[in-house]
Ligand binder design. Structure first.
Ligand code: FAD
Length: 465
């Protein structure tokens, strides 16, 4: 068969190429890094992680992204296999050694005889002799291609700010002040319950820090003012501006942490750092994505007790996000309605996150391979995490309150809100449990939705094999 072209060798494109090759169909993967970089990528490796090194919760029994991990493993995901082989301890989360991870993906693709990698920028829509292609160029799609997509779709491709968190050299952290502990001593896969470095703050230190954040020198962002941020990736100074207490209830919450140097005194706020590489020589500041100017950042973050001499391997930064209005533009198998044979995958479709991007790459790859073999793509059931996310992207019929009749489409992480409800009466009080209230019910509901997803996913994969 003639090859399927995949544009962009990020999380989604690498996974799509792998899935197509696994179906026995040749792939040409076009990746521009090596010829042209982006504002966020630092290497030429495929599937580079541009910010956090976490794939988030690995709990497949009651966490939506954990369920997506499990479904991807069932579907033979390259991204999950590489992540599993390059884990670093991170409480209940699946975090990876970022270099080890992307090098593993790069090697697996290079060693696959069905995949050819071409290092080149594609600056227009696929030429007519590529009868099947997948655009997986991500939030930092190069401008030439972005313009071509906009010209083809006629719809607005949105661009907005996203911010990245600083990384600190571990040896520059003062462990006479900081201590190792996971929140509530939670022990995750490969973890010890002591996976995070914690920096304590008293009330006066916290207030001074919040004041500094609010008055800090920010990078100019006039041109994109008023544009939305990713949920859960708000810059730290924007959170500080929302109220003095916001950070203490967000990334700086002190709950579940006891200062090992001073167990009798409860910290007023805590800054957590998470291991960033397998060697443990780098830690990233959890939730500290920022658009403060570099000089201001170093000065301000050294106000944090324990980080007074911190050396930064990377400071936080500001980046663009490009995504298309998928619910109107794409059919349920991710094909651009105006161009049969052309699919989109990854963050550019309006999903959010490494895992989500890779999973949409996985689906696009399977769909394209099925079509190349003369069949029709088999869509995952809506009850699976794959199906829930796919439906959000291609069928996100959310009506805007402000403009009746108009759909609004926002990038989103996988979450239980995207899954269809359980059958009425499905949630039953477990035997021996006396009080069964809202919170307990929610946990049972999540467990049932998760179990249903995995069962339906396994059945779908078996039927579409
Ligand atoms: P990418 O991984 O970016 O891959 C796209 C690839 O296409 C790149 O390799 C790029 O070089 C290439 N490319 C672009 N244009 C062209 C072209 N014209 N021709 C050829 N190649 C091209 N998600 C998280 O889960 N956690 C985070 O902490 C996180 N932080 C983020 C921080 C920033 C600054 C940004 C921008 C995004 C962040 N995301 C994060 C969101 C998102 O999950 C990642 O960006 C993820 O990498 C998206 O996967 P992707 O495959 O769609 O795009």
């Amino acid at each position: 068969p003639s090859p399927i072209h995949v544009i962009g060798g990020g999380l989604a494109g690498s996974e799509a190429a792998w899935q197509i090759a696994s179906a026995g169909i040749p792939v040409i993967l076009h990746e521009m890094r090596g010829v042209r970089g982006t504002d966020a990528h630092k290497t030429d490796d495929l599937a580079e992680l541009v910010c956090s090194n976490s794939f988030r919760s690995d709990d497949a029994t009651s966490n939506a992204v954990g369920v997506l991990h499990a479904e991807m493993r069932l579907a033979g995901s390259l991204i999950m296999a590489a992540a599993d082989r390059n884990q670093v301890p991170a409480g209940g989360a699946l975090a990876v050694d970022r270099d080890g991870f992307s090098q593993a993906v790069t090697k697996a693709i290079a060693d696959n005889p069905m995949i050819t990698v071409l290092r080149e920028e594609i600056s227009g829509l696929p030429p007519s002799d590529w009868d099947q292609a997948i655009i997986a160029t991500g939030p930092l799609t190069a401008p030439g291609l972005a313009d071509a997509i906009q010209a083809e779709t006629g719809a607005d491709a949105l661009a907005f700010f996203d911010a990245i968190a600083p990384i600190v050299h571990t040896e520059s952290i003062d462990m006479d002040i900081c201590w190792f502990q996971s929140r509530y001593d939670k022990v995750g896969p490969g973890g010890t319950g002591k996976d995070y470095i914690n920096c304590p703050m008293d009330e006066a230190q916290y207030n001074a820090f919040v004041d500094a954040l609010v008055s800090g020198d920010k990078t100019g962002f006039k041109e994109w003012e008023g544009t939305p941020y990713f949920d859960g990736c708000l810059p730290i100074e924007v959170m500080a501006e929302r109220g003095r207490e916001t950070l203490r209830h967000g990334p700086m919450k002190p709950m579940g942490l006891t200062n090992a140097h001073n167990p009798g005194v409860k910290a007023y706020a805590v800054v957590q750092l998470r291991q960033d590489n397998a060697l443990g020589t780098l830690y990233n500041m959890v939730g500290f994505q920022t658009k403060l100017k570099y000089g201001a950042q170093a000065e301000m973050f050294r106000m944090i007790p324990g980080l007074q001499n911190a050396e930064f391997a990377r400071l936080g930064g500001l980046h663009r996000n490009t995504y298309i209005n998928s619910p109107t533009l794409l059919d349920p198998s991710l094909t651009l309605k105006s161009r049969p044979g052309l699919r989109f995958a990854g963050q550019i479709t309006g999903c959010e996150g490494y895992v989500e991007s890779a999973s949409i790459g996985l689906l696009a790859g399977r769909f394209a391979a099925a079509e190349r073999k003369g069949g029709t793509p088999s869509l995952p059931p809506a009850t699976t995490a794959f199906g829930a996310l796919l439906n959000h992207i291609t069928g996100g019929h959310i009506v805007s309150n402000d403009e009746p009749g108009k759909r609004s489409f926002q990038p989103m992480n996988i979450n239980f809100g995207l899954f269809p409800d359980l059958e009425p009466g499905a949630i039953v009080k477990p035997e021996g449990v006396k009080r069964f209230r809202g919170k307990d019910k929610t946990i049972v509901k999540k467990q049932l939705v998760a179990a249903r997803a995995l069962e339906h996913c396994a059945a779908w994969l078996a039927a579409s094999a």
